[in-house]
Design a protein around this ligand. Structure first.
Ligand SMILES: NC(=O)c1ccc[n+]([C@@H]2O[C@H](COP(=O)([O-])OP(=O)(O)OC[C@H]3O[C@@H](n4cnc5c(N)ncnc54)[C@H](O)[C@@H]3O)[C@@H](O)[C@H]2O)c1
Ligand SMILES: Cc1cc2c(cc1C)N(C[C@H](O)[C@H](O)[C@H](O)COP(=O)(O)O)c1[nH]c(=O)[nH]c(=O)c1N2
Length: 179
């Protein structure tokens, strides 16, 4: 098979299975975040890699949440949330919020503080973004939440946590240049 035929095999229009999509997505490295909320719908949080910057005018992030997640009803009812960017020290925090841990126990094993919106802020997060949810859009199994930043902070002293190839990795703030 030549290179063109190989390319066509990848681009031919046909049904893409969920399994094949996930396998391809496992090749995308992603930052790891715990997204939290509090308000009339109660306190909740979940681990999220589907977080990205949308626009800086007004400063806006998007967060994708599976509507079948135990955290979803709280996010649906509350108007604010906090994106807590995890450092390399927070792998257990990620496991706690990404597994089947009961919601009431998820906040037990790290220091959480309340600032501007009421959404829990992880005290030593690499960065945090407190947000007001400005728009919501259902897409397949998920809901995209567009989130306008209300306040934020950063900490420079940490290594970051990455998720790649279904495993955690640690990335130092600066890497010695080669050569
Ligand atoms: N965006 C998401 O909803 C998302 C992202 C990562 C992990 N997860 C959850 O964590 C579990 C373990 O993930 P894994 O990376 O070890 O193995 P996996 O094979 O289930 O997923 C591989 C990659 O596919 C993507 N993915 C997984 N489930 C998805 C979904 N429902 N919708 C959209 N994209 C999805 C993510 O990029 C993930 O890293 C998953 O089964 C899923 O329940 C969900
Ligand atoms: C590294 C990593 C990254 C993500 C997740 C997991 C992990 C381990 N999960 C899944 C989410 O955190 C949670 O585990 C599932 O929603 C199931 O949670 P409940 O047991 O229903 O609370 C997840 N879910 C989601 O809706 N959007 C996302 O971006 C992500 N990203």
């Amino acid at each position: 098979m030549n290179a063109l035929q190989q390319q066509e095999q990848h681009t031919a229009p046909r049904e893409i299975s969920s399994r094949a999509f996930r396998e391809a997505m496992s090749h995308l490295a992603a930052a790891v975040n715990v997204v939290t909320t509090d308000g009339p719908g109660g306190r909740a949080g979940f681990t999220a890699s589907a977080v990205c910057s949308v626009t800086d005018e007004p400063p806006t992030l998007l967060v994708c949440i599976n509507r079948s997640a135990s955290a979803y009803p709280a996010f649906a009812d509350n108007e604010t949330l906090c994106v807590n960017v995890l450092s390399a020290a927070h792998q257990e925090v990620s496991n706690t919020f990404g597994g089947k841990t009961p919601m009431a126990m998820r906040f037990d094993h790290a220091e959480w503080i309340t600032q501007d919106t009421g959404a829990p802020v992880l005290a030593d997060a690499l960065a945090h973004f407190e947000c007001r949810v400005s728009q919501r859009m259902p897409v397949g199994t998920h809901e995209i939440m567009l989130c306008e930043i209300v306040s934020m902070s950063t900490h420079d002293a940490h290594e970051c946590l990455l998720y790649f190839n279904r495993q955690y990795h640690q990335l130092p703030r600066s890497v010695a240049s080669v050569g």
